[in-house]
Design a protein around this ligand. Structure first.
Ligand code: SF4
Ligand code: SF4
Length: 347
């Protein structure tokens, strides 16, 4: 049943792409967070959480518009006591969804509860296996809790790909990436990573520049992502396809040229139901006040998005990944999809 749903939603996504309508949305259900990550502004804000009713109306609106895939994120989604009701509601609408969590607020009951959900991937942020580095990157002493919760998840023996980890690669953990891949392999999780990105005037990305990958480390970063691009072709643990890592490698060599389709094929919906091209960009409408169709009619910012993709791309998997995949020649596109399919994730 879950596979049929995935196939059905993939076809819906293709239709949306063909008629140039967004098929995917990131949905922020809170901006509160118990972490203080150096690369993120989420915990600095005073935004109120949307009510459960408002979230349900946003989801209804998205489904009616043709959004068939979503990532639930925050802030930390597990701060919401009604989190599982939200997930159940998304499921009831037949939307394929994932969720990103910092992993510190779980316990056995919650792991048991998430096991019952038809979630595509539950993604835990895991930047390091070293507590001291974790505190420097994430601003709290959270690694013992995160590790305990990952162990609880591993004990439940969930399907391959149910749990994944996401590493934000920075100057503190760049040499630890393959240790984290091995950690994931031992626990039957999947792995992916993206380079840390900072910048001025973004809504979500911090501008501190702390632990950034600067020009001194550029050669190492490029080499690391090239290695991931090669290894992910034959390694079930590393989420592919290889074109994603290869393009990141090219960026650090100064050769990156993939446009970004934020606002065109995907959108971001904030806690106030505001719609933006991506989480880092200003809102151009509001789902609850205007409806999604009208909100998207006000979309501008194309030049700014192009400049961002050229000079300071985020490499958020949800946005840049699809833009890369879409721009591959047809044969390579199928090869990329096949590369992931054989690992048992898609079929
Ligand atoms: S990156 Fe995630 S965990 Fe860290 S402060 Fe931002 S929302 Fe919280
Ligand atoms: S690269 Fe695209 S998705 Fe990423 S921050 Fe820039 S405009 Fe947003």
């Amino acid at each position: 049943m879950a596979r049929l749903n995935l196939i059905g939603n993939s076809l819906s996504a293709l239709l949306q792409i063909t008629i140039q309508k967004p098929f995917y949305s990131t949905l922020f259900i809170t901006k509160r967070c118990n972490s203080r990550c150096v690369f993120c502004n989420a915990s600095d804000n005073k935004l109120r959480d949307p009510s459960l009713d408002e979230i349900k109306r946003i989801i209804d609106e998205c489904r009616d518009f043709g959004i068939c895939a979503m990532t639930i994120t925050g802030g930390e989604p597990m701060l919401r006591p009604d989190i599982f009701e939200i997930l159940k509601y998304i499921e009831s609408k037949g939307i394929v969804y994932s969720m990103v969590t910092n992993g510190t607020l779980w316990d056995e009951d919650k792991i048991n509860e998430i096991r019952k959900r038809k979630i595509y991937t539950l993604s835990f942020s895991l930047d390091t296996l070293d507590s001291r580095k974790y505190r420097r990157i994430r601003g709290i002493d959270g690694l013992p809790l995160l590790k305990r919760n990952l162990e609880l998840a591993a004990e439940k023996n969930m399907r391959h790909g149910f749990v994944s980890t996401l590493t934000t690669v920075n100057e503190l953990n760049i040499n630890e990436v393959f240790d984290i891949v091995e950690f994931d392999r031992r626990n039957k999780f999947r792995f992916t990573c993206a380079p840390v990105s900072h910048g001025q005037n973004f809504r979500f990305r911090a501008n501190s520049g702390a632990h950034s990958l600067n020009s001194r480390s550029a050669g190492n970063v490029s080499g690391l992502f090239n290695k991931l691009a090669e290894q992910c072709k034959r390694d079930k643990t590393i989420i592919g396809p290889s074109v994603y890592y290869r393009n990141i490698s090219r960026f650090f060599e100064g050769n990156y040229s993939v446009p970004c389709d934020a606002g065109k094929y995907y959108i971001s919906i904030g806690t106030d139901a505001g719609v933006s091209a991506c989480q880092d960009f200003p809102e151009f409408g509001n789902v609850l006040k205007d409806g999604l169709k009208k909100a998207l009619g006000n979309r501008t910012q194309e030049q700014r998005i192009n400049a961002c993709a050229k000079n300071n791309p985020c490499f958020y998997g949800c946005t840049t990944f699809f833009s890369m995949l879409l721009r591959q020649p047809l044969l390579e596109k199928f090869a990329s999809i096949a590369e992931e399919s054989w690992k048992g994730l898609l079929l």
